[in-house]
Design a protein. Structure first.
Length: 747
């Protein structure tokens, strides 16, 4: 029998190629006679396009076409994952800084870049909506044309939608202490190492696309709809992305390059610069007003939360982000009375989209800071107040929904122990701890094909995208376990809608649960066929045959699957093909369209030192604890949580997209927008897991990889408060912000 692959830290498939540069990313792909595309922008947030003069640009040697909105089908095709609101090129006005108004197509990148400089755009500066306050102002300009949502009573406001959740009666609830505060969370960008890139080519009456998308099948459907093509006439290649974090989850410029390819009859290639990527994707920023009631013993009496989320110029998937985050805005706690009202606000800013944590970091910043404030007011230990309010496993905490699916208090105790909670601290140091919870996938459809070849090796076909989370490895481990073959004998094929079966999307930490189960079921289908094969070959009754982990057990004898395959396929050859799927249907009566399949619960603890003279924060020790059900590949889980923790430290301490008065991003690019480097990391980092085998995925697993960043900000801020005596409710905790707060306190 082969060694047990589940629970082993198997080496990552494709890891060597990533670190040696052998892996092909979109920018490495070259097609014959390929043209190059560059975009024309207006250097203003909100502007009316008066005219576009392309004559000089079109005369540049090597330029094939200069395309404006007038050259595309009329009315302008619009697209989006939920609302078809985003035009392929700006129509009449730009809605955000960086929205393209034209595209140059040329024989070389150099010709395209030269021509872009010669396109003359006359524009009129318009007042814009760049903040929550300006979006809600009575005289605010409308970001979206009312005719795009004619039946919506909110179409003459900048509120795209309003999400409501809750239970009990907040107005009638009584409390001994009421904590009332406002919190803000900034705009931040994904900053994947690989900027966005797109290639399209005509293909037999249809179109072929190469894009580093997390959702190739969603992309296929959207391109087919926008271009009026059958789905079968759209083929999407999605090589493993060089980082995504949600920023590559939904379409961006794929419709544009598809139209350009058909217009020119040749392959076209668009590579965004890092600065252009900043202008295209970001996390949803917000202002949250939280009013929380507590009894004297620290137990929650009520939560009243009102959130305003600045989603950007187009809907993208932000509406879903806001709904899903707000559904758990009260945190993973027992709350007798709850009211949550969140508004999705349109603005003349970069459209926000999915981002690791999917709304949870924003709401956890508020609800965990409230818990800390209450602990200080009531004189209760900050760990203890959380333990008093956490539900037990199997206990309902969201009224009418699935109960707590883990022993969450265990995670909290583990984190407190690892950070040394309660032990003496040096002067100027402090510790903080926070928890967070995210609803896992609510709906889904994952299909898998597993081909067991005549030599005993196997090919797994899956529509999942591996963007660095190690999906190829974990899915191979599942197949290796179920088929009883070495993981080295398995190949996982992904990234081509023409060769792999459907997968809804790679998001919400769903792949191990949904695709993992689909592959396990495909392997079970193979094993069922192997039982029939054994019965036929060895003259045994099917009831007397078992096949498990590569071993055939018959009455009185044992054979290996490998020997049986060689016997069965020695002449005419062949293979055994297994099909498997996991589906979860849409539930219209549920606020999220379906109950969460699991909760991603995490606890973060941090120890910091604050320099009162500069406001600088030194991270001494940082601990994350994730409730993962079962870690199928422990090293993968640890690396995912460490990476998430570093991302969380980014939005906690330094990251913030800064807009000037005209809605322009002032800190575009790597020099002016700070992300954590190795010099910013904690002196110690620890990633711990709780494994109780209580998840819905293979072998009791749950999704993982997002939890490490969800509670980072409140944990670090809590430590900063203990170290410095100041309470800060606006992120990021820059040295200047901390220093100013200290100066205010000491005046």
């Amino acid at each position: 029998m082969n060694p047990e692959p589940i629970g082993a830290s198997e080496r990552r498939f494709g890891g060597r190629g990533r670190v040696t540069g052998e892996q092909q990313f979109i920018a490495d792909i070259r097609l014959e006679s390929m043209l190059h595309v560059k975009l024309v922008h207006v250097d203003y947030g909100h502007a009316r396009i008066v005219s576009i003069d392309t004559k000089k640009a079109a005369a540049v040697p090597g330029v094939v076409r200069v395309v404006t909105a007038e050259d595309l089908p009329q009315p302008m095709p619009r697209f989006g994952p939920v609302h078809d609101d985003k035009p392929i090129l700006a129509v009449e006005e730009t809605k955000y800084h960086g929205q393209p108004v034209a595209a140059v197509v040329a024989e070389s990148k150099e010709s395209a870049e030269a021509a872009v400089q010669l396109v003359r755009v006359e524009f009129e500066e318009l007042s814009g909506v760049y903040t929550v306050e300006s979006a809600l102002a009575p005289d605010a300009p409308l970001v979206q044309e009312p005719e795009l949502r004619p039946d919506d009573p909110l179409n003459h406001t900048n509120v795209l939608n309003e999400f409501r959740a809750g239970w009990g009666d907040v107005e009638a609830a009584t409390a001994d202490v009421v904590i009332d505060n406002v919190y803000t969370f900034p705009m931040i960008t994904h900053f994947a190492i690989e900027p966005h890139a797109f290639i399209a080519a005509p293909d037999d009456g249809g179109v072929e696309l190469w894009t580093a998308t997390q959702n190739p099948f969603q992309m296929q459907r959207l391109i087919a709809r926008v271009m009026g093509l059958p789905v079968a006439k759209v083929r999407v290649h999605s090589p493993d992305p060089g980082g995504a974090f949600g920023g590559k989850q939904h379409p961006k410029y794929e419709p544009l390059v598809a139209f350009l390819a058909l217009m020119t009859g040749r392959p076209v290639r668009l590579l965004l610069t890092l600065e252009e990527t900043f202008q295209e994707v970001r996390r949803t920023s917000c202002r949250i007003h939280a009013r929380t009631g507590f009894k004297n013993d620290g137990t929650l009496a009520f939560q009243d939360i009102r959130g305003d989320f600045l989603m950007g110029a187009y809907a993208d998937i932000a509406e879903r982000v806001i709904a899903k985050g707000s559904y758990l805005a009260c945190g993973p706690y027992r709350v007798p009375h709850a009211r949550v009202v969140s508004r999705a606000l349109l603005s003349h800013t970069t459209p926000s989209t999915a981002f690791r944590g999917f709304g949870t970091p924003q709401v956890s910043w508020a609800h965990e800071s409230q818990m800390d404030d209450a602990a200080r007011r009531l004189g209760i230990d900050r760990v203890e107040i959380r333990l008093r309010n956490l539900p037990r496993k199997g206990e309902e905490f969201l009224r009418g929904d699935v109960p707590a699916d883990g022993d969450w208090a265990e995670s909290v105790r583990n984190a407190a122990r690892a950070i040394g909670w309660g032990s003496p601290l040096a002067a100027g140091r402090g510790r903080g701890l926070a928890v967070a919870i995210k609803a896992g996938p609510t709906t889904g459809a994952s299909y898998a094909i597993v081909r067991l070849h005549s030599d005993g090796s196997a090919t797994v076909l899956a529509g999942t995208s591996d963007m660095g989370q190690g999906a190829r490895t974990v899915l191979a481990q599942v197949a290796a376990r179920e088929l009883g073959i070495p993981i080295e004998s398995i190949r996982v094929v992904m990234g081509d809608t023409a060769s792999v079966p459907f997968d809804l999307q790679t998001s919400a930490s769903r792949s191990t649960v949904f695709m993992g189960q689909a592959i396990a079921r495909a392997c079970a289908h193979i094993n069922a066929q192997l039982r029939e094969m054994a019965a036929e070959l060895y003259g045994a009754g099917p009831a007397g045959v078992t096949v498990e982990r590569g071993v055939v057990q018959l009455t009185g004898r044992t054979e290996t699957v490998g020997d049986m395959l060689r016997m069965r396929f020695k002449d005419v050859k062949g293979e055994v093909i297994g099909l498997g799927s996991m589906r979860s249907e849409y539930a219209p009566d549920h606020p999220l369209g379906g109950a969460p399949h699991f909760f991603e619960f995490s606890c973060t603890a941090s120890e910091v030192e604050v320099d009162p003279e500069t406001g600088e924060i030194l991270l001494i020790r940082h601990v994350t604890v994730a409730d993962v059900g079962r870690a199928l590949n422990p090293q993968h889980v640890a690396m995912q949580d460490e990476g998430a923790a570093v991302m969380g430290l980014g939005h906690t301490l330094m990251e913030n997209i800064i807009l000037d008065g005209a809605g322009r991003i002032s800190n575009l690019g790597a020099l002016d927008y700070r992300i954590p480097t190795s010099k910013d990391l904690p002196l110690e980092m620890h990633s711990l897991v709780v494994e109780n085998g209580d998840g819905p995925g293979p072998y009791g697993s749950k999704g993982a990889g997002e939890g490490g960043l969800m509670a980072t900000a409140p944990a670090v801020a809590s430590a900063v408060t203990e170290a410095s005596g100041v309470v800060i409710r606006d992120l990021p905790l820059t040295p200047e912000r901390v220093w100013r707060a200290i100066q205010e306190r000491t005046r």
